[in-house]
Write a protein that binds this ligand. Structure first.
Ligand code: SF4
Length: 560
């Protein structure tokens, strides 16, 4: 009898079976509500991928495109959550097995065998995007006599309203929660006690177990995920690429981002430079690791730690290459970029978000378009691959601001771009605060059963944003501005600057061919746009306008 760790997304970039992906999408569609925006986002993302596949078939693809499109550099890795949970369970001496959501779907006999041996399922929601997806996965793993524990990024939402069949919602730091869950298992599932500083409450028939917080801002006391053990479990010698996490929270407060509030915490906590360097050196020595992929949504802060880490890695002969998320204002400093490159950094992922200064200010991004451009220039000069993300439709967005974003990208020439439609899914982000809603006239449907709840604001609706995102993707391809990251996602690590020209030419050819666009994507988008516009109207017409919401009167001041 053991724990079954389940991680991964319902439909992911690692998908190898089209029929499997379609089956899961249909199940998710049935379990979700008001999902036309989610469908629009998927259709917009699928179009350039399908166009590239058709171009490869009809016109042939250059070797650079073949290499990147076939790449699976990071796709076949276990999720970091699995490795971290396994490390914690090893420490507790609790036996476990692990499977991804994709494996459970694809292999019914294996699923039955795993569940027959399991007494508890630990389900990570980190890559599940909404309650519709979660319930689809829960329906696979719920069995009489099996305890179901859910944790990860949906934890805080689930703690408010646990779905049926969940025994424990685990919120906060997994490293602190697993010892409490292991003690619960050892008690025969009779006594669940929260960690020191944690909390246990009962809600809708489930336990909500909160981890409490580490003392101080250092994360050096947390165990390092054991990738060598993960390799041994799979009969492998090691991992060429491993994922790593060194911070929790964020000192910034970008209006669309929930990272500063994840883990039931609002403080910025991080591992020291020396601890990171030690972990990476050990991965290189024990796992044959060549590349560390940092999942922290912000790795270059604090800048002092970043520089210290670079110095240590250089002194150790750069044991690994690495990639990370970084803020443009940090990379606008050329010395920082040069130091990162010297220390083995090969790729940075930058949230440019917009090329318009007003939209950036609305986002509270605390960065300027000029800093974005300086960062891109520095990275190009020092040979760091840039993977950039942009948000389409944030409050203040108009056709004119999107034109500025297009021009911004044309000047900045990042290697890769990814366009995300503005989302109001993450609860508790600053833009959803009443003051912000009133400022922007933002209405957002509260619907946890879809990844992309509907919204509109003074300058755009989500239905228009989807149309703009599709058009911008196409313009960027035709103008040869940058490569669509969705097309080359699996192989981005293999990208080299000299590949840019042939890849851009291939992308342009694929966009120009137009067979698929005319035959499939134009009519499909027209259909989805019509349904989306009607559904948005139906959902949002019931929402009070934020500027008409009456506020509670301010309390009377108290005088001593
Ligand atoms: S977008 Fe990046 S910098 Fe802004 S709050 Fe989120 S993690 Fe921090």
């Amino acid at each position: 009898m053991s724990v079954l760790i389940v991680t991964g997304g319902l439909v992911s970039a690692a998908e190898t079976s089209l029929s499997g992906a379609l089956r899961k999408s249909v199940l998710q569609w049935r379990a979700s509500e008001a999902a036309w925006l989610d469908l629009k986002v998927k259709v917009v993302m699928a179009e350039p991928i399908a166009e590239a596949a058709v171009e490869r078939l009809l016109g042939g693809a250059p070797p650079e495109a073949e290499l990147l499109m076939r790449g699976r550099d990071t796709l076949d890795l276990p999720e970091l959550a699995e490795v971290a949970l396994a490390t914690a369970l090893d420490k507790e001496g609790l036996p476990y097995e692990a499977a991804t959501v994709a494996e459970l779907f694809a292999d019914a006999p294996r699923r039955a065998a795993l569940l027959a041996r399991a007494e508890a399922v630990y389900l990570s929601t980190t890559l599940l995007r909404d309650l519709g997806e979660l319930e689809t996965v829960l329906s696979l793993v719920r069995r009489p006599g099996i305890k179901v524990v859910v944790g990860g990024s949906l934890g805080s939402v689930l703690a408010e309203d646990p779905p049926p069949g969940v025994d424990v919602v685990a919120v906060g730091y997994g490293e602190l929660l697993v010892p409490a869950l292991a003690a619960w298992a050892r008690s025969g599932y009779r006594a669940l006690t929260p960690p020191d500083g944690g909390l246990l409450t009962r809600r809708a028939g489930a336990w909500v177990l909160r981890s409490g917080l580490p003392a101080g801002t250092s994360l050096d006391g947390l165990d390092t995920p054991d990738w060598a053990a993960a390799a041994r479990r799979r009969g492998r010698a090691g991992w060429k690429v491993v994922q790593y996490e060194s911070v929790r929270g964020c000192p910034y407060r970008c209006a669309f981002c929930n990272y500063p509030f994840l883990f039931d915490d609002t403080r910025f906590r991080y591992k020291s430079a020396r601890r990171i360097a030690d972990d990476w050196t050990r991965y290189a020595q024990t796992c044959g690791t060549e590349v560390v992929s940092c999942l922290d949504s912000l790795f270059t802060v604090p800048p002092k730690r970043n520089r210290e880490l670079c110095d240590i890695l250089v002194a150790r002969g750069t044991p690994v290459k690495w990639l990370c998320y970084a803020r443009a204002d940090d990379l606008a400093d050329e010395e920082t970029v040069a130091a990162m490159k010297a220390a083995g950094c090969v790729q940075v992922q930058i949230g440019l978000e917009s090329g318009d200064p007003v939209v950036l200010a609305n986002m509270n991004k605390r960065v300027t378009p000029e800093a974005n451009l300086a960062a891109l220039e520095n990275c190009r000069k020092h040979g760091l691959t840039t993977v950039t993300t942009l948000i389409v439709g944030f409050p203040g967005e108009t056709a004119a601001t999107l034109e500025r974003t297009f021009e911004h990208l044309r000047h900045g020439r990042p290697d890769f771009h990814f366009l995300a439609t503005f989302s109001t899914r993450a609860a508790g982000v600053p833009v959803l605060e009443p003051e912000s809603r009133a400022r922007f006239g933002l209405r957002a449907a509260s619907n946890p059963r879809t990844t992309a709840p509907y919204w509109d604001h003074d300058t755009m609706s989500c239905a228009q944003a989807g149309v703009h995102a599709r058009a911008l993707n196409r313009r960027l391809a035709l103008a040869g501005t940058s490569l669509n990251a969705a097309v080359y996602y699996g192989g981005v690590l293999s990208y080299r600057p000299e590949m840019r020209a042939p890849l851009l030419a291939f992308q342009k050819r694929a966009a120009e061919r137009g067979v698929l666009r005319r035959a499939l994507f134009d009519p499909l988008n027209a259909f989805v746009d019509r349904r989306l516009a009607a559904d948005v109207e139906a959902w949002l017409s019931g929402e009070p306008h934020p500027r008409s919401v009456s506020r509670p009167a301010a309390p009377e001041p108290l005088h001593a």
